[in-house]
Design a protein around this ligand. Structure first.
Ligand code: ZN
Ligand code: ZN
Length: 309
């Protein structure tokens, strides 16, 4: 039987020796792809999960090629430290055009798959054309995604553009060490890039046992957030947990009455193979249940954009 830390104990740990930030592993995209394949059978969105598995494979393949990305400089770090801001802020860092080459590489890799649905292949071919002929349009779409301007987002294109941006930020992050990241950054956003979390995960084993970390939807860094706290508005009073009756107890929705938002929370002690992106995506029926209960997703999964209303 595992001992569960009480809230007070967790907060106490927080002040003393909690690892605040975990930078992403080198093989995050291939791990994600594998998890998506494992979750696909009998899932209501099986075909979509398999498509995103192919996309994650293409991300890993592209990440492993050699790219020259802008170097992290002292001034950038000093500024981040002075203002308590993420050093690679997604909304304010100027993107190097190399990210569009990464995007093109991802698309080419995907188009080699002869299992792609025709509509997807057509969409990708069009995107690849636009990268070459109308780069400004692609940049505008990337801006809209990174700043969450939902009315400017094309849901069919968004997962692929996000995939390329994830690879670019993953390449930037290779240079970063966790002690270079400011100790205090605004609540609810990634300390490295300022993006919102995709979900959060309660850890298993070692000093992180039973601590909860949010995973960045862009760069996949993980940062500590005390449990039973709304990951969106930081409220602690009206937090509730929801699961599907027949569903896995390893994935719950953590809702907040204060802001009416929710995000998924994953429990590694219930399933050691959980992945912050894949399991959030595969538990779409839980999102439908939450919608019926009139809670809103704090933000979209980067691989699935629901923009209605
Ligand atoms: Zn991030
Ligand atoms: Zn809240």
């Amino acid at each position: 039987m595992q001992r569960i830390l009480t809230r007070g104990e967790i907060e106490n740990l927080d002040r003393t020796r909690v690892v605040r930030l975990m930078l992403p592993e080198p093989n995050i995209f291939s791990t994600r792809a594998q998890r998506l394949r494992d979750l696909a059978p009998e899932n209501p969105i099986q075909d979509y999960l398999l498509l995103i598995a192919l996309l994650s494979d293409a991300q890993q393949h592209t990440f492993e090629q050699s790219w020259s990305v802008p170097q992290l400089n002292e001034q950038q770090l000093a500024q981040a430290q002075a203002h308590g801001m993420p050093p690679f802020s997604a909304s304010s860092t100027k993107r190097d055009p190399v990210w569009r080459d990464m995007f093109s590489a991802i698309i080419k890799q995907l188009l080699q798959q002869n299992t792609l649905p025709e509509a997807v292949a057509h969409n990708l071919a069009q995107l690849n054309d636009e990268i070459a002929t109308q780069p400004k349009r692609i940049e505008q779409q990337a801006d809209a995604l990174l700043t969450q301007e939902l009315d400017k987002i094309d849901a069919a294109r968004a997962p692929f553009i996000m995939a390329a941006l994830q690879v670019y930020w993953r390449c930037l992050m290779v240079q970063l060490e966790s002690q270079q990241v400011p100790a205090q950054t605004p609540f609810g956003i990634c300390p490295c890039c300022g993006s919102q979390p995709v979900s959060s995960t309660v850890q298993l084993g070692g000093p992180k046992e039973q601590l909860r970390y949010a995973t960045c939807s862009l760069c996949a860094s993980q940062w500590h957030i005390v449990r039973v706290t709304c990951t969106h508005c930081e409220d602690t009073k009206n937090i509730a947990y929801h699961t599907l009756e027949a569903g896995s107890q390893a994935v719950k929705a953590e809702s907040c009455e204060h802001c009416q938002q929710y995000r998924k929370i994953l429990y590694l002690d219930k399933d050691q193979h959980l992945d912050a992106f894949a399991d959030d995506l595969a538990s779409l029926p839980l999102d439908i249940l939450m919608g019926e209960a009139e809670f809103y997703r704090a933000n979209n999964n980067p691989y699935l954009w629901q923009l209605a209303e």
